[in-house]
Design a protein. Structure first.
Length: 131
């Protein structure tokens, strides 16, 4: 039994399989997930688990060179944006329109659906390299 890191087998497998420039989306409960992207559904009930908690766990294991968000997050959910900015540290954030964000999710290795009920609490993590 694995005792540290991401214990969810599906998320751990996707992170382990990612290469440079591959993307992984962490989504709120309401983001439409394209049929082309595998869904890892974690939602238990409203706000369980939380978007920032899941993103934090993934960031502990995945080298990320860029994050992509819908620019609407900064206006509609500024507290979530501040929390995301804090956990991303120096990682650059690219902002796009929500309509473009939804299109970009179709290219993700997977979409991790959280229980988050905060609007625009979504991020696409772009894998970097560790060397």
């Amino acid at each position: 039994m694995k005792k540290i890191g991401i214990l969810n087998a599906d998320i751990a497998a996707v992170v382990a399989e990612m290469g440079h420039l591959d993307t992984l989306t962490v989504a709120d409960a309401g983001l439409p997930i394209p049929d082309s992207a595998p869904r890892i559904d974690l939602v238990v009930r409203p706000n369980l688990p939380r978007f920032l908690d899941v993103t934090t766990a993934i960031l502990e294991e995945l080298k990320v060179q860029e994050a992509i968000i819908a620019r609407e997050m900064t206006e509609v959910s500024p507290e979530t944006y501040a929390g995301l900015r804090a956990i991303l540290g120096e990682t650059p954030i690219r902002m796009v329109a929500h309509s473009e964000f939804k299109q970009l999710t179709a290219h993700s290795k997977a979409v991790v659906r959280t229980g988050e009920f905060t609007p625009y609490a979504n991020v696409i993590l772009v894998a970097g390299v560790v060397f």
